[in-house]
Design a protein around this ligand. Structure first.
Ligand code: DUC
Ligand code: ZN
Ligand code: ZN
Length: 477
């Protein structure tokens, strides 16, 4: 081997980053991109991209894998099947959540989560924290120490009994984020309104899965979004509102931006590709497959979410993959029964389908540019959570996390079927939807982890990533 031989050369690539398109070869050594040039010398291994688009590997900055839950619920995907599924859909970095149980130390939650991940992942991963019990020790000692060690983002919940914080507790957590430059993510739904509506629905016998959407109308998200924004203003710190579902919350975010506040926003495939109709009818339990929170809205709201993806309202596009089997007592049928909606575990799978769905309906159908796709799905999440420029771009020095995309002609689309996916869930909410693109090859640090037909690479090859501080523009567009 001559000293200037590359481990890998990806030839004839049309490289797309968040800002550019360039035709070049990509040279990789020791898992990193070391050269980008019109023509490079030989590689020990070569992949001809044949003038196909080569994009940075996706960063899925909101997914749940093997997260401990109150019994009987259990997630179908751990780090092995979850990251395998991610790789097959073009995602090379995942950021799931180390969740603190009330009464548990945050340190213990992180140690437990590392034990769940260790030796299992096929692609690289970092952790967000979920703070459910902000004791003085957590606020003054554990959280600052963990931020310094690379856990630089944390989620707070305004709903769910086992996780929710009151406004004062949220302010305490936001203050820590401000002091240490960390990123605070907020799940914004008004818990008491949901409980009140749920009691009324149950009392009148409206318990089918479809009533999940009735128990969490947009106003509960709107009110909580406004409150979260106000708390962020009071604490004088940016926040990122996760899984924004439609018009009402978007209006609140636009309102805050018009007043100069730094409020980032995330949306997810379920708000573009599902509606409340997917939660079924009164005598149909299958709708449980689409029970997630906030729930999918209607077609008009899908359009408002698309508008936000186009015009820059949204900063990141994540899956919120929360994997529960449908036909399982630890999944959507707790204890083996068809239960009232309030007892159905919230969440749907989406790690593998996130990128193909947006690539197809967003880029190939002409709604967003390929650069904006890269920004939403890789670059901005890497910046938001302190992984840029190692992740989220194609540049010299970055990890060689690359996706070569196949584009199918109109009429030659691929149909999504669960049996073709690689998660451990027994359904996909996107069954039967057609897509015009799919990763032909996914590379993680220069190694093929998806070859277009089969996942590749051994469990455990994925590395834990300690995150730096967020580095997003302070003024979202
Ligand atoms: N909602 C959440 O907040 N988390 C996981 C899944 C869901 O639907
Ligand atoms: Zn949430
Ligand atoms: Zn979530």
């Amino acid at each position: 081997m001559t000293p200037d031989t590359f481990d890998l050369v990806v030839r004839n690539a049309v490289v797309i980053t968040a800002t550019e398109e360039m035709r070049c070869d990509i040279g990789v050594r020791a898992g990193r991109i070391v050269a980008l040039a019109e023509t490079l010398g030989p590689g020990q291994r070569e992949i001809d991209a044949s003038d196909r688009w080569v994009l940075p590997g996706g960063v899925d900055a909101h997914c749940h894998l093997d997260q401990p839950l109150p019994p009987p619920a259990r997630m179908a995907d751990g780090f092995e099947s979850g990251t395998r599924s991610a790789a097959c859909g073009g995602t090379t970095t995942v950021i799931p959540f180390a969740a603190q149980a009330k009464g548990q130390s945050l340190r213990d939650a992180v140690a437990d989560y590392h034990a769940r991940a260790n030796g299992k992942a096929l692609v690289d991963y970092a952790f967000h924290l979920i703070v459910s019990d902000p004791t003085p020790t957590v606020l003054n000692e554990e959280l600052p120490a963990l931020i310094a060690e690379g856990y630089t983002s944390f989620k707070v919940y305004m709903t769910y009994d086992d996780l929710k914080l009151d406004d004062g507790q949220i302010l305490d957590v936001l203050e820590v984020a401000r002091r240490h430059g960390a990123m605070a993510m907020v799940h914004a739904e008004n818990s008491e309104c949901i409980e009140w509506l749920t009691r009324r629905l149950e009392a009148s016998g409206r318990t089918a899965p479809r009533y999940h959407a009735h128990s969490r109308p947009m106003l509960v998200e709107r009110e909580a979004t406004h409150r979260a924004i106000s708390l962020s203003q009071l604490a004088d710190v940016p926040i990122l509102i996760v899984h924004v579902s439609g018009r009402d919350a978007i209006e609140q975010i636009r309102w805050s931006r018009a007043r100069g506040m730094t409020v980032y926003a995330e949306t997810c495939p379920q708000y573009l590709f599902l509606t409340a109709d997917d939660l079924g009818s009164d005598d149909d339990y299958q709708g449980a497959k689409c029970v997630c929170s906030p729930p999918p809205r209607d077609k008009a709201n899908q359009q408002v979410v698309w508008d936000g993806l186009v015009d820059g309202l949204f900063t990141v596009f994540s899956s919120d993959h929360a994997p529960f089997r449908y036909d399982a007592p630890e999944g959507k049928q707790p204890g083996g029964e068809q239960v009232p909606f309030a007892y159905i575990p919230n969440g749907i799978p989406g790690l593998e389908t996130r990128l193909p769905l947006l690539f197809s309906a967003g880029v190939l159908d002409g709604r967003i540019s390929p650069q904006r796709f890269v920004e939403l799905t890789a670059t901005a999440p890497a910046r938001a959570y302190g992984l840029f420029p190692r992740k989220g771009t194609i540049a010299i020095g970055s990890d060689a996390d690359l996706v070569i995309w196949d584009r199918f002609a109109v009429g030659d689309e691929r149909t999504i079927h669960n049996h073709d996916l690689h998660h451990a869930v027994d359904y996909t909410p996107y069954e039967g939807q057609r897509v015009r693109g799919w990763p032909a090859i996914t590379l993680s640090r220069g190694e093929v982890v998806w070859d277009g037909r089969q996942p590749q690479g051994l469990a455990g090859r994925g590395q834990f990533l300690a995150c730096g501080l967020p580095c997003l523009a302070p003024r979202p567009r």
